[in-house]
Design a protein around this ligand. Structure first.
Ligand code: 13P
Ligand code: SF4
Length: 357
């Protein structure tokens, strides 16, 4: 039976972080090209590689591709970072992704275009309260989403991402284990509903996915009756119930390639359209409706922290070797255990691309 913990996400704190978001100015093509060339030279000089997420600016994703770096979902980013021979990883995404890379590769230098790129799930799951929550339920296996701090990971038994959470929880439930899940309540209740596992949920949410609306999506389905709906499992349950496919960002991209539809309504950050359009160019992708529209919408299906990444910030961080992720050695050793458990599980089960309808 799922139960939502009495601990509520600290929305005020999230709001404070949101107010501090400093979005980069747009670049003209000549300036962008100049930055690209300079970054390419620095990458070679410093034996550095870019690991980027699908929600970031398309120019950054293309640069990662062109320079032998990587673009992927959180699980794939973690795996690539731990396997590459580069001395410096430039993680283009949000802070928990940089920390994950550092934990898995403590001897590499891990930089980010900006260390201020945060995540509402990470912010609203502070280690002190989380630790108390765990202490209150010592009989439960602690499973945390990758969108958390190094300290929260270090307090867990398992770390999972959206591409593998369902399989890990199913595996634990089959062994008769009861789960304490944090921080995303929507992903947690989706997994609970799919697996029937006994899960106690932390009350956190992604500010981007939480804004997708059931009623708006229902109306949109009527407008595009031939379209399929792809949704990320951080979306609220009523939205997921309308979806034809639910999965991680990579799994959604794969679904767009494999499903026969020529139109998709997509409930996740619209940065993902860049890769979808590259891979299935003759297909129409429409952003699922959010709270409000245009100037009145809040996230507008785009993560403000992912949007903080830019070519100039990446260039400066790499040139100066600044914006470096630092994780305390001893904490990193503890956090590596549940992370490595996830990577080993993924390797053993070869599940990296599975999703579910
Ligand atoms: P993925 O692991 O599916 O890429 O998700 C990361 C994320 O932060 C989604 O909001
Ligand atoms: Fe975090 Fe949501 Fe942004 Fe993903 S989209 S990084 S879950 S705030």
């Amino acid at each position: 039976m799922a139960a939502v913990s009495e601990l509520t996400a600290d929305r005020e704190v999230v709001r404070k972080y949101l107010d501090a978001v400093d979005l980069p100015a747009p670049l003209d093509e000549a300036t962008a090209e100049d930055y690209r060339e300079r970054i390419k030279r620095l990458l070679v000089e410093k034996n550095a590689t870019i690991v980027a997420h699908y929600y970031t600016d398309g120019m950054l994703q293309d640069l990662a591709d062109e320079t032998g770096g990587f673009v992927g979902d959180s699980l794939e980013m973690a795996r690539f970072g731990s396997e590459t021979a580069a001395d410096i990883l430039v993680v283009v995404g949000v802070r928990f992704m940089g920390e994950t890379a550092k934990i898995l590769s403590p001897d590499k230098k891990v930089l980010m275009p900006t260390l201020d790129a945060n995540c509402s799930l990470d912010i609203a799951c502070p280690i002190e309260r989380f630790s108390e929550f765990c202490d209150q339920h010592p009989d439960r296996t602690v499973v945390v989403y990758a969108n958390t701090s190094a300290a929260v990971k270090a307090r867990s038994d398992w770390v999972v991402t959206s591409s593998i959470g369902l399989d890990v929880v199913e595996h634990l439930a089959d062994r008769g284990e009861k789960i304490l899940w944090a921080p995303d309540k929507h992903l947690g209740s989706y997994i609970q509903q799919k697996t029937g596992a006994d899960m106690l949920l932390w009350d956190g949410a992604c500010i981007v996915h939480e804004e997708f609306r059931f009623r708006g999506l229902q109306d949109m389905r009527k407008l595009y009756p031939h379209a399929a709906v792809l949704a990320h499992p951080e979306s609220p349950q009523p939205v997921l119930e309308l979806a034809d496919f639910v999965g991680s960002t990579s799994q959604m991209i794969k679904a767009a390639q494999e499903m026969p539809h020529d139109t998709f309504i997509v409930a996740t950050d619209k940065g993902i359209f860049h890769r979808m359009r590259q891979l299935v160019p003759d297909t129409t992708f429409i952003a699922a409706p959010t709270v409000g529209t245009g100037a009145t919408c809040r996230s507008c299906a785009h993560c403000p922290w992912m949007a903080m990444n830019s070519l100039p910030r990446l260039h400066d961080a790499l040139r100066d070797e600044s914006q470096e992720i630092v994780v305390d050695r001893e904490l990193g050793v503890r956090a590596m255990v549940p992370l490595q458990r996830m990577l080993d599980f993924a390797r053993d089960q070869q599940l990296s691309t599975r999703g579910s309808a």
